[in-house]
Design a binder for this molecule. Structure first.
Ligand code: NAD
Ligand code: MLT
Length: 534
């Protein structure tokens, strides 16, 4: 056990980070950070220690479930040293507004090399021969299989699947892959043929390896029926996640002599008990979830995840964000005015229609960077006025779902008058409120309220008045406000047509009292009147 605990010498100590799983780490001395490395921490100790920490870093051993998240009352970031985040309850973390990060690239090569090692080992019976010699038997009768000239089936052609494909081709294999979520280019890049579906792949390969994440869709995706589609002398490898290939089905297929051999690095429950149905199957070999266990991968993983978590604690979520749109400092700066605008539009809509059942966000025109981070920011703004629960870009969607608030996002190419416009429409069954804005330089502007074109700096108290377009309306309101000593900081007018419906805004330095609002509302020139605070 190694500890990077530093005495809190300085008052600017800000972040406390706990690493609770085994990891290869460099020096843990970072200014302003207390990094505690307590590898393989027992769960009760972890539950007890967690309330002190801003961030937790794990590998796959620690189950970050609802209980653990509830204990981590200060947690802002969870770092997963590696790829798979199936040990983290992502929904519960998101609901609590906790950012989840991983370091997926760091162990790609090691995981791919282990899959290749298992393919070779299973094909040549390495572990069986080794065990026999240790037991005093010199058996030269075993005949293995060559990989060269055979076709390898890869399910999941992401980072690891692609690396396996490249290595397999180097061994003289051809590759057929199934991955419905990626473009043809990804297949072409590694010289893999694309299988139309899983059965088409299984019926056409002699070797099979899976490299998908464990999801509701991939759990048990290769069961008895799928294994039966493989030829009788097939070799099967699972170095991705336990359960992608159904364990009892694999045991049965091997015992029935349906397959040549198999190898697995991962189990549904780790470690497996001595009575696990797979452990006694003869032509099956194992490693103990060692895909990422190389010196090189572990150094990369440790370094990467610590640096990502520390960056995230400082507001840079450009690398490895799993449950939030990536936002690096440069993009944050470039989008700065728009992020401010997004939150303000949300805040205004929340005051105009606090019980909305639907929010529609339209991202129109050209933004200076990918506008995806603006959507959660709009929701944060909306929620800030309608719920006491602290909202942030990570939990905003979940909070909206819980309120039955449907969120939709659209993009559109064209905008009248501006280069870009962010439009937010809030709806209930009977009402619609729409507000839009853009950014001038770095400064947000409201450009539209309902269908009226305006130009308003969204700051302070904005009085929104609808009326019939006729002389004197603005004068009557401003004279009353003047009598009460309330200063008008800005004004904007919009109308349908001369003499038709109109809407104007007065930006005030101070909030009128409820009685003053009532008096303004009773003025004959006023049809309706709202006050929003931005
Ligand atoms: P990745 O996200 O780059 O690739 C996963 C691929 O699977 C993606 O291309 C995705 O489109 C595809 N996919 C998802 N669902 C699918 C489905 N239903 N059918 C077919 N394809 C599907 O991830 P990666 O870095 O290649 O890692 C893959 C997995 O390997 C991880 O999720 C992790 O569980 C596992 N892993 C294991 C070890 C180990 O120690 N044994 C080490 C690293 C990673
Ligand atoms: C991963 O998903 O990165 C692997 O399971 C590796 C690990 O955590 O050891």
């Amino acid at each position: 056990m190694q500890s990077g605990r530093r005495e809190p010498r300085l008052s600017w100590l800000v972040h406390r980070v706990l690493i609770c799983d085994e990891m290869k780490l460099g020096p843990l001395d970072f200014p302003g950070v207390q990094l505690d490395y307590l590898a393989n921490m027992p769960r009760p100790d972890l539950l007890q220690a967690l309330p002190q920490y801003d961030a937790l870093i794990t590998r796959s051993r620690t189950k970050v479930d609802a209980e653990l998240l509830a204990a981590g009352s200060r947690l802002r970031v969870i770092g997963r040293g590696g790829v798979g985040v199936d040990n983290i309850d992502l929904e519960a973390a998101s609901r609590r507004g906790i950012l989840v990060l991983n370091a997926p690239e760091a162990n790609t090569i090691s995981a791919a090399e282990l899959a290749i090692a298992h393919l070779l080992s299973a094909a040549r019976g390495l572990t069986r021969s080794d065990a026999k010699i240790r037991a005093g038997t010199w058996d030269r009768k075993f005949l293995g299989l060559e990989l060269a000239g055979k076709r390898l089936g890869i399910v999941g052609l992401g980072r690891i699947g692609s690396s396996v494909a490249q290595r397999a081709r180097g061994l003289g294999m051809s590759v057929l892959a199934y991955d419905p979520y990626i473009a043809q280019l990804a297949f072409d890049r590694v010289g893999a043929e694309r299988a139309a579906d899983l059965p088409a792949l299984l019926g056409a390969v002699q070797f099979l390896t899976v490299h998908t994440p464990l999801t509701e869709e991939t759990r048990g995706m290769i069961g008895s029926a799928e294994l039966a589609l493989l030829p009788r002398d097939a070799v099967v490898v699972n170095a991705a996640r336990g359960g992608i290939i159904d364990e009892p089905a694999l045991a049965a297929a091997l015992r029935a002599g349906q397959l040549f051999a198999a190898a697995i690095d991962v189990f549904v429950d780790e470690p497996p008990g001595a009575d696990h149905p797979l452990v006694s199957v003869p032509n099956l070999s194992f490693t103990a979830h060692l895909g990422a266990n190389t010196l090189e991968a572990q150094s990369r993983v440790g370094e990467e995840i610590v640096s990502r978590v520390l960056a995230a604690l400082d507001g840079d979520i450009s690398r490895g964000a799993v449950n939030a749109p990536a936002l690096d400092p440069h993009t944050k700066q470039v989008l700065g005015g728009y992020l401010e605008l997004a939150e303000k539009l949300g805040k205004i809509a929340g005051q105009l229609l606090p019980a909305a059942s639907a929010l529609e966000v339209e991202l129109c025109g050209r933004f200076p960077a990918d506008p995806a981070p603006l959507v959660p920011q709009v929701l944060v703004g909306y929620l800030s006025g309608v719920t006491d629960e602290p909202a942030n870009p990570i939990n905003a969607r979940a909070l909206c779902r819980e309120r039955g608030l449907k969120v939709s996002v659209q993009t559109c190419e064209d905008v009248d008058d501006y280069q870009s416009e962010l439009v937010l429409t809030a709806r209930t069954e009977g009402s619609v409120r729409s507000v839009a804005g853009t950014v001038f330089g770095r400064s947000p502007r409201l450009t539209r309220l309902r269908n009226y074109r305006l130009e308003v700096v969204p700051e302070g108290y904005i009085l929104i008045v609808s009326n019939r377009d006729r002389p004197g309306a603005v004068a009557q309101l401003s004279s009353r406000l003047g009598d009460w000593g309330i200063n008008i900081a800005g004004m904007s007018l919009g109308r349908e047509a001369r003499g038709g419906l109109a809407l104007f805004t007065l930006t005030l330095d101070d909030r009128p009292s409820a009685a003053q609002m009532e008096e303004l509302r009773r003025l004959p020139v006023v049809d309706s009147l709202f006050l929003v605070e931005v």
